[in-house]
Design a protein around this ligand. Sequence first.
Ligand code: AMP
Length: 290
Amino acid sequence: MEIIRTAEWMKQVSRQARAEGRLPGFVPTMGALHAGHASLVRAAQRDCSPVVVSIFVNPAQFGPGEDYARYPRSFEGDAAMLQSLGVEYLFAPEAAEMYPPGFSSYVEVEGLGARLEGRARPGHFRGVATVVLKLLEIVQPWRAYFGRKDAQQARIIQQFVRDFHLEAQIEVCPIVREEDGLALSSRNAYLSADDRRAATVLCRALGEARAAVEGGERNGFRLVAVMREALAKEPRAAADYVELVRADSFEPAAQLRGECYALLAVFFGGTRLLDNMLIAEKDEEFRCEL
Ligand code: AMP
């Protein structure tokens, strides 16, 4: 595996691969890699070659007072994991390579970018969209792989890729969970043992919503109430938002129709965790995917 530090060399390598008729796949990450990231790498390896993974803790997507400085960093272990997965290129630029002095252009996705995570973390999606646009331009992948764990982020990326006529195909992959149901996240490392146990309430709440959907419930407000009730049983959990939204607009869904997401953002102490469930209509039935 070659570790690449500069945008110029990364572009050169990708250009060369394309000239050879290869179809590069790309998995952007912030490191502290886990089985969720590995699943994206494997998905990329099924369709693409070479596979490029980036590790870049993007300062532009952290608000003041957020965890940029203490975000878990484990470059050596991450590189070893990617090497053992058979990744060909690891793109790991320094912040100054991505944001040199004088950097002044940002991507703003209106509407979608202002709701939910966007409202809870002002500037977050502006930072995400900006860095992902830059990474897509540098790596020039045929396909890029994202996790449904960050469903709104994936939707925003699909939006600006369409708006800017970018060529990369955006693939959204399923959520990888621990055995007890907790969605894998680099931020799970912040949880105390008690909060780690308590955090299983996220997927329990989604499971209750699934049971309600399977029992015939179609009303968005009642599904939200079911999830809120489940969360309220765990005193360590403080809900930030609990929503049922349309998968295209991320606007509240009063009634299940087409594709929707049940979305949760919940604090455990100072740690804020996300989880979601996709609810998709098919042949007048609704299938829930945790
Ligand atoms: P991050 O390093 O947290 O920025 O995540 C990099 C990519 O991995 C994003 O596309 C995430 O949505 C995805 N990801 C994070 N956690 C999971 C998970 N548990 N299952 C699947 N994908 C994930």
